[in-house]
Design a protein. Structure first.
Length: 157
């Protein structure tokens, strides 16, 4: 089922929501990478620090595309969840990555429907890294990588 066509202004608004989610990820990864304790979390803590750098690049890319669409990039992050439990923090991150992946998959289709193929390609490059983050987090949690197609179906209802 195809997404409803949107305007360039609506695309910019949706990208601003994505940008707020990137800011959220930067903050979460910075904090989580520093507070995870214990031998079992040393590897993922290092990966989260790398993820923070990648999320900053995503934010810069999305900001540039919002400006290209003639709008002002957002300056407000989505709320960041914290917990005393390392597993909970990793689960929060995984849930956020799942939502981000679904949104970027939709954003690619929306960009292409508008003929914004270069913008779609920029988001595809981000999506590759987001899926790598998803795999890293699921692996650290000892879980299978979530099937986000179920999330996509739930959002269309």
């Amino acid at each position: 089922m195809a997404d409803k066509p949107i305007t360039r202004d609506q695309l910019a608004q949706l990208l601003n929501e994505d940008l707020s989610r990137e800011y959220q990820a930067i903050i979460a990864y910075v904090v989580y990478s520093q507070v995870l304790k214990g031998a079992e979390y040393m590897n993922i803590a290092d990966q989260l620090e790398q993820h923070a750098h990648q999320e900053l690049q995503h934010a810069l890319t999305i900001s540039r595309q919002i400006d290209y669409l003639g709008k002002m990039p957002s300056v407000t992050p989505k709320p960041v969840k914290v917990s005393e439990k390392a597993r909970d923090m990793l689960k929060f991150d995984l849930d956020n990555e799942n939502e981000t992946i679904v949104n970027y998959q939709q954003r690619i289709r929306q960009c292409e429907a508008l003929g914004e193929f270069a913008l779609a390609e920029q988001i595809r490059e981000i999506l590759v890294q987001e899926q790598d983050h998803q795999i890293d987090l699921a692996t650290a949690l000892g879980e299978d990588v979530p099937d986000v197609s179920r999330l996509r179906g739930a959002r269309k209802r």
